[in-house]
Each structure stands twice: as structure tokens, then as C-alpha cells.
Design a protein around this ligand. Structure first.
Ligand code: 9D3
Length: 253
């Protein structure tokens, strides 16, 4: 997978790509990330990338020519990349979006700043507009990093089998059960006895029950999409959780 990222703050993107799983994915050739400074494609001698909005009003708008120039330079190297504009006006990013984008070979991420980009860029060059959630950032750069991170970990061979896909919060539709490691007692609080018992069936039951309790307490709306097996439903009933879960099964989203 190739990522090209267009930004007026290229330095903002350096360090997140140089650590951990993303760094290893780059080193292993699973992904390449090319950062492009939009300012280098500015036409005027002051290298202006923004200007005042026609019609008046607050703030500044990103000029179209430098962005079109950067996109043309990328297309000359490799045509046909999917252009994603990170913007508060986009559809909300979810795990489903990440899975769909992971099916592309070449993503071009345009990071907005100021009040947005000139509409002629959005209308004629952008394939898809994405927001990462309902809160206000100062620009699209951190959103682009969220996208690179979440898409990269889905690519074949990027994760070890240990923490690989499947049985994750947003795949199974449940929050994860609580986790404990050594010491067996910490600040007077012991690890639940069942986890030390070696009884694998009892441990599996505890994990399901605590996961469902956490989901009911923190993210009950996730239960609307959770698929339980017959055995899981039996365990929920045994632990008197079925009624609480059923309440969310066919309501909300
Ligand atoms: C105060 C300015 N706002 C007036 C309604 C508009 C505005 C413009 C630009 C708000 C934020 C931004 C910068 N944000 C992004 O470029 C952005 C973003 C976000 O703010 N939230 C969630 N996802 C994204 S993706 C890009």
C-alpha cells in the first residue's frame, strides 16, 4: 500500500510514522509513506497556500493551484490513487471505512487547514471526504495519521498473529474483558481467583461476562450489532445478563 500525504505542515507527520508497528511496516515494505509539502507547489514568489474567501467572511481558504500541482506530481509517478480529503465536513470514519480503504493500493490523503480547501479541488479531485469524529482539530494532519495507522494494521503480514485481527472490540461488537498481569496482588487488590484456576471453561465464561458487563456500562449501543453463539447466549442467561443485553439487541444502532 502506498500513502501520499499532502500537507502544509510536513514535520507534524514525521514522528508518528517512525515508531512501532508503522515503522516496521515501512521497513518491511508493506507500506510506503510519501509526505508532500503543498507549499513547494505554490506558484507565487511568497509561496502562498491560502487566501481570503470570495464573498468575504472569516478565515482563509486553501488555494487550488498548489494542491492540484502536488496531485499532478503524484499522478505522474503513479496514476489512479484514491484521493481522500480529511475534513470536518466528511462522513465519520469507522472500522468499516478502514477495512474498505485497506482494499486500495494507493491512497492520497489531503490534509485541510484553515476553513477548508477551494471547492473546485473538492469537487474535481477528491474521491472521498472523511472526518474522524465530532470534535474540532486544528487541521487534517492528525486525522491522516489515524487513517494510516488504522489501515496499515489491517494489511496482511503487518501484525503478528498475537494481536492480529478478529476477536477485537469492533469486530466482535463487544468491549474487551479486563486484563491482569503480575503481581497477583497490587496495592491490596488481588487478581480475580478464576484467572489463576486453570479452569479454561470458567475463564472463558468470566471473560464473556465481564466483557458484556463493561459493554453494558460503557457502550451499550454496540450490543445492537453483537452476534452471540448459542453457547454464549446460554452463559448470558446463566449469569442473568440476557435481559439487559436483549434490551439493546434490536434498538438503536
Ligand atoms: C472554527 C472553524 N470551524 C468553523 C465551523 C471549521 C473548521 C475548519 C477546519 C473546523 C476544524 C477545521 C480543522 N479540522 C480538520 O481539518 C479535520 C477534522 C476535524 O476537525 N475533526 C474531525 N475530523 C477531522 S478531519 C480534518
Amino acid at each position: 500500500m502506498r500513502f501520499d500525504i499532502l500537507t502544509i505542515f510536513p514535520n507534524l507527520l514525521d514522528s508518528p510514522l517512525q515508531e512501532g508497528i508503522i515503522r516496521r511496516a515501512v521497513a518491511a515494505g508493506k507500506i510506503s509513506v510519501n509526505i508532500h509539502d503543498i507549499r513547494e507547489f505554490a506558484l507565487d514568489r511568497h509561496a502562498m497556500t491560502d487566501d481570503r474567501p470570495f464573498g468575504g467572511g472569516e478565515g482563509m481558504v486553501m488555494k487550488p493551484e498548489p494542491i492540484a500541482g502536488a496531485l499532478a506530481a503524484i499522478a505522474a509517478e503513479k496514476p489512479g490513487g484514491r484521493v481522500v480529503f480529511l475534513s470536518p465536513q466528511g462522513g465519520t470514519y469507522t472500522q468499516e471505512t478502514a477495512e474498505r480503504l485497506a482494499g486500495h493500493q494507493h491512497l492520497i490523503l489531503l490534509c485541510g487547514r484553515y476553513e477548508g480547501v477551494d471547492e473546485r479541488i473538492r469537487a474535481n479531485y477528491v474521491d472521498e471526504e472523511i472526518s474522524i469524529g465530532d470534535y474540532i482539530l486544528t487541521g487534517g494532519e492528525l486525522a491522516a495519521m489515524v487513517l494510516v495507522d488504522s489501515v496499515t494494521r489491517l494489511l496482511p503480514g503487518v501484525l503478528g498473529c498475537n494481536d492480529s485481527a478478529g476477536n477485537e472490540t469492533f469486530s466482535s461488537g463487544l468491549l474487551k474483558n479486563p486484563q491482569y498481569t503480575r503481581p497477583r496482588e497490587f496495592e491490596g487488590h488481588p487478581v480475580p481467583e478464576v484467572l489463576l484456576s486453570g479452569d479454561h471453561a470458567a475463564i472463558a465464561e468470566w471473560r464473556l461476562v465481564t466483557a458484556v458487563r463493561q459493554t453494558l456500562a460503557k457502550r451499550p449501543e454496540l450490543l445492537a450489532r453483537t452476534v452471540f453463539s448459542e453457547e454464549e447466549l446460554r452463559l448470558l442467561k446463566k449469569n442473568r445478563l440476557l435481559a439487559a443485553v436483549e434490551k439493546y439487541r434490536h434498538t438503536g444502532r
